[in-house]
Design a protein around this ligand. Structure first.
Ligand SMILES: *Cc1c(COP(=O)(O)O)cnc(C)c1O
Length: 414
């Protein structure tokens, strides 16, 4: 981290900020300070332009038309798949399946791999840190297959309890599913280590990369996971599009998820045969504009100095923690060993939703509530938190404004 911190000066957040038109506005009479990036990120001009350009010039259905527009749309659509494959360091773009986001990716794997592989008595392990989208689809499939979903304990710090995980792992564990980074606390989970432990008992591993993709380069081959998923909208891309990556032999063996056009090879009433990867999992007309927008988002991210960007975000977190230490009654929820730029906090005497409302009156956008992680909130015995989450276009001035806003809330309520 020290070497990376030295690079902080090299990262020009002001220049990045100018790429995001939505940030140049006032909210409630104050310049907008957008600190809700873990919920969704804003979109740069490059993404907005790629989407409008597609609709203005190339709009057609993909993979079927015998005409110029369809050829262009198909080329852009498949170029984005290649971009995602390169972004994840996938051996092949056949392993990249378009989905609506992480939620659909988990549902796809739970309903195809899970439904065909899980047997009575099998176990699926998920840390207490999980997002509801990682928990609920497994609960639904496990209830039907007679297998069980079991929580992996989390330490007071917000780190996964690796000793507890060791004691839970046995050959009945068929799946370990977890987020790469917690959206509620910012915890960076030691996924490489956990994948190694899971593999040692023959379990498969699903990594939810929703909060990781925007922060550092990824390499699914080096990680050694079986599935990896992310949502475009947390990576400066559009909503309603994301990618599921899987090991080719697993994806090949899995039954289809949704049935319809595109995912078939031949259809007859005596039987239907299915298309090859990746199309087997892509029934119906896809979100073409979303895919093209996501491709543009990946090109945008790849054009940044990612090490400098990560150091910049780390600086914002450290700066936040330093300033927060001077405010009585302000406390951080969790203190993970390693975290991205997410600051989940409580202000004594002031309900998180009131903190959020008072900050909004000052033009500052944060999220409040359980962050789709109710088991984790129960673990800490809190109904929810207020959460500021930073990304490439945030600055130390944004942090100053947040702290001034918190002081104001404290003066009113504290
Ligand atoms: C946002 C998020 C999800 C869900 O993503 P969707 O885009 O809503 O499908 C899952 N896991 C984590 C860690 C998230 O941050």
């Amino acid at each position: 981290m020290t070497a990376a911190t030295a690079l902080t000066q090299a990262f020009d957040a002001a220049a990045v900020r100018a790429d995001f038109p939505i940030l140049q506005q006032e909210v409630n009479g104050h310049p907008l300070i957008y600190l809700d990036n873990a919920a969704t990120t804003q979109k740069p001009n490059a993404v907005i332009d790629a989407i409008t350009d597609y609709y203005r010039n190339d709009n057609a259905n993909v993979h079927r038309g015998a005409h110029a527009l369809s050829d262009r749309a198909t080329q852009k659509f498949e170029a984005a798949r290649e971009a995602v494959a390169a972004f994840l360091n996938s051996p092949s773009s056949r392993q990249v399946i378009w989905v609506r986001g992480v939620t659909e990716a988990v549902n796809l794997v739970a309903n195809t791999w899970g439904r065909s592989e899980l047997r009575e008595g099998d176990r699926v392990l998920l840390p207490y840190l999980e997002h509801h989208s990682d928990i609920v689809p497994w609960q639904m499939v496990c209830a039907e297959t007679g297998s069980s979903v079991e929580p992996i304990p989390v330490l007071e710090s917000g780190d996964i309890d690796l000793d507890a995980l060791d004691s839970m792992l046995d050959e009945r564990v068929k799946m370990v599913a977890l987020n790469h980074v917690s959206n509620a606390l910012g915890t960076v989970n030691p996924v490489q280590q956990i994948i190694g432990k899971a593999k040692a008992v023959g379990a498969k591993v699903f990594i939810d990369g929703a909060q990781a993709v925007a922060h550092w380069p990824l390499d699914v081959q080096a990680l050694g996971c079986d599935f990896y998923a992310f949502s475009g909208h947390k990576l400066f891309g559009p909503t309603g599009i994301g990618a599921l990556w899987g090991r080719e032999e697993l994806l090949d063996a899995m039954p289809p998820f949704l049935g319809g056009g595109e995912m078939i090879e031949t259809v007859s009433f005596s039987g239907t045969t299915f298309n090859t990867l990746p199309f087997k999992f892509e029934a119906g007309t896809p979100n073409i504009a979303g895919v093209i927008g996501l491709g543009a988002a990946i090109d945008y991210v790849q054009s940044l100095d990612r090490a400098a960007a990560a150091a910049h975000e780390q600086d914002l977190l450290e700066y936040t923690l330093a300033l927060a230490a001077d405010i009585d009654g302000l406390s951080r929820v969790g203190h993970p060993r390693e975290a991205v730029g997410i600051y989940s906090f409580l202000l004594a005497g002031c309900h998180p939703s009131d903190v959020g409302m008072l900050l909004d009156q000052q033009g500052i956008a944060v999220r409040t509530g359980h962050h789709c992680a109710q088991p984790l909130m129960a673990h800490y015995g809190v109904p929810g938190t207020a959460r500021a989450s930073y990304t490439i276009y945030n600055t130390r001035e944004d942090v100053d404004a947040l702290m001034a806003g918190i002081r104001k809330a404290k003066a009113l309520f504290g």
